[in-house]
Structure formats: structure tokens, C-alpha cells
Design a binder for this molecule. Sequence first.
Ligand SMILES: Cc1cc2nc3c(=O)[nH]c(=O)nc-3n(C[C@H](O)[C@H](O)[C@H](O)COP(=O)(O)OP(=O)(O)OC[C@H]3O[C@@H](n4cnc5c(N)ncnc54)[C@H](O)[C@@H]3O)c2cc1C
Length: 419
Amino acid sequence: MEKYKCKSVGIIGCGIQGVCIGLQLIKKGIPTTIFDRHDPLSLEFQPASYGNAGHFSPYSALQFNRTDILYDVPKMLFSSYGPLALKWNYVPKMIPWFLHYLKNCNKKSMLHTAKSMNQILSLSNDAYEEIFKEIDVTNLIDKKGIIYVWTKKNLKSRELEIKVRNDLGIEQKLLTQKEILKLEPNLKPVFDAGVIYESAMHARNPHGILKAIFKVFLNKGGKFIQENIMSLKQINENQTIVKSEDEEYNFEKTVIASGAFSKNLTDQLRENIPLDTERGYHVHFKDMDHLISRPVIFLDRGFGMTPMNQGLRAVGTVELGGLKNPPSKKRIDYLIRCAKELLPQLKTHQDEWLGFRPTLPDFLPIIGPSLKNKNIIYAFGHHHLGWTLGAITGKIISGIVAEEKTNLDLSPYSSKRFN
Ligand SMILES: Cc1cc2nc3c(=O)[nH]c(=O)nc-3n(C[C@H](O)[C@H](O)[C@H](O)COP(=O)(O)OP(=O)(O)OC[C@H]3O[C@@H](n4cnc5c(N)ncnc54)[C@H](O)[C@@H]3O)c2cc1C
């Protein structure tokens, strides 16, 4: 007897969401095809899932829809040496996103986001551990915790973060400067204190992990087609159509997992979803990964460093500027200055990279069916936490496709909140 009704699924996007969804669907015996404009096994494949900081951060429930951050925004924007930057030509296009953000920047929404993020974050590492049973993660993952450091400047914000995490029962260990230097002796003590999440892990090679998952997907019978998808439509209860420039493909259900580019597709479905992007950057300092043993994030600067196989990755900052503006040299310079502030022994860097975090103004992802087209399912908007949330999103979306029951409350992730 056939257990699942679904006959076929197409997934648009082979970032960490798409590949994890694909793997879970194929494991349920549902014929699945993933589309991406780049081959995940090639060097051209460099989406957010390639260049991120590699943190698996289940502790990061508290997000950026907070009044303490909102009040700091003007100061940060007008400082050339700040964690937040703006491409001024993009300001008019960003207004709808910003108005939604203002609406969600209050204590009630902040706590709603934190609680709803915590629901899925608390399941995120276990979901990955299931996948790690199927791939060889030797030299791809380190389990040494993640450290955040800060100065005394924004202690009110730090106290808020610590309190919300305590209230949610998230394990955290506060550290003095001395204790941090004992763990990471190469750091210059330009910070005053910090916190370690001891059970956190990090990727030494996010692309390597994604490729390994992709290969399991293919080995189990999944299909991949390298195409730029131009449009999609639900024809009837049993059929969706996905179109590239030259071809047309039919599936019973289609999943949009196109990261920050998902809005190009949801706009065609006439759902007004205020998805935008927070641009982020990285550079590598080759052969310098031995300088720290685990990721170190300097909260005052909005940047971090992760020891990876490609070198020491200096990564972060937020730039509001859309998908089309060219990279900003100033942001790269900022990252380099920040990295050298903590590790003055760093010299030349390689690999300047710009990536696009897919961010909704309430800092919750959209995970669930389209409101008007039940056979089109959304899986995007994971902002700063999309790497962490890939595996659990895969499980949730495959459950939705297969019409399984869940104990999770999925209502906070519905696109209904914007319509
Ligand atoms: C600087 C930076 C640091 C970060 N650090 C972390 C971190 O430490 N931990 C964490 O959890 N998260 C982190 N993130 C966030 C995380 O990387 C993203 O949220 C996550 O990778 C998004 O995954 P995705 O699969 O939704 O999108 P993506 O990785 O962007 O993948 C989307 C894919 O869809 C394809 N695509 C889009 N449109 C089409 C189309 N029309 N046709 C065909 N293909 C299409 C693209 O080519 C792409 O491959 C960071 C992000 C950045 C930028």
C-alpha cells in the first residue's frame, strides 16, 4: 500500500534548505528533482549556504527586532566603522521592509520571535546529527563551542540577550576576559567579557557539508537539473508547472527554497511577502585557522572569525542594499580591520565574497504552504540562521509535503502573517 499521496516534487534552489528538503523527501520515497542555476558540485556555486560563518547556533533565538538595536541604527549607519551599512540607492526599495520591521520592533514581537525561533532551533542539531549518520563529517565539523566577546559599551543589550536566553532555558556560560584568553590565547584583549556556548559546533567547510548531503540525495535516486527557473504556477490540485527559459516541468508539488531570491517567485503568485536581504561578506586568511580553536564573534563589531579548511574566515556585517548592487570595498576593509584588531598577526587576505541573507522583517522564516496555491510550499527567509536551520527545515517541509501530523506549532512561520 502506498504510504504517501504525493507523486512528485520539484524544489527551486539547492542551498542548505533545498538540499536538506530533497534528502528528506527522497528518503520518504517521493520522486524529487532539485533545480539550481549553479551546479552545487562546481566552484561557481557560492550562495549564502557556501560562504556563511558555519555556526550551528541553536542558542540564537533572540533576533534583531529589538528596540535597543533600532535606537542604535542611525548611529551605526552614519559611522564608517560600524557593523551596519546602507546602499543609499536602495533606500526607496527597502521602505516596505522597514515599515514592517518598525511594526515588529517591540517587546511583544521580540519575545514572539524568540519563542518561535527557539521551537525549531532546539531541534536543529538533532536533525543534523541524523544526517551526519549518512555522511562522513571527518574534518568538516568541529565541536569546541562558540565564543562571543564584547566591551562594556552596550551592556544593556548584553544583559537583555542573557536574560532572554536564560528565560528560554538556553545553556550559556559567561566568561571573564581572563577566561576567554585562556581558551583563545592569541586574541588581543580589546574586549571585556563574553559568553561560550559549550555544546555548539561549527562547520570547517559549509560547502563540503552541502556537497556531501547533495551526493547522498543523488545516490538515493534524487534528480538535479541545472536551470534558472523563471516562473511557476499551480495548475490544479494535482499539478504545478515550473518553467525555465527553454523548458517546462510538471510536478504534483513545488517547493520554493531559493533563499533571498525567493521573492522573484512569490511575487508571481500574488502574495505580498516582504522578503529582502541583509548582505554579508567574508574574506579568508589562508593557513591562519590555527590562531583560534573555535568561532569567535565580536558583538560590538557585528563580525566574527571561524577557523575553516580554507583558512581563517573573517565573516559578517549587515549591509542593506538589495540583490543587484555591486559588493562594497568598504565592507571588506571593515572586516579586515576588525579581524586584525583581534588578531594583529594577520597579514594578507584572499577570497572576497558577498552573500545574501534572506530576511523577513519579523526575523522568522516562512515554512509552509502558499496561501493561494496549496501545492506550492515555501521554505525561505532563514536570515542569520539558515545554516543552523537547514536540517530541521528539511524535516518539517517533507512532513508537510507528505501530509504527516506534527506536534510543532507551525503557525508562526506561515506567510499569513503578511497577508
Ligand atoms: C555572511 C553570512 C554569514 C552567515 N553565517 C551563518 C551562520 O554562521 N550560521 C547560520 O545558521 N546561518 C548563517 N548565515 C545565514 C545562512 O547562510 C543563510 O540563511 C542560508 O544559507 C540560506 O540558505 P537557503 O538555502 O535558504 O539559500 P541559499 O543558500 O541562498 O540558496 C538558494 C539557492 O537557490 C538558487 N536559486 C535562487 N533562485 C533561483 C532560480 N530562480 N532558479 C534556480 N535556482 C535559484 C541559488 O542559486 C542558490 O543556490 C550567514 C549568512 C551570511 C551572508
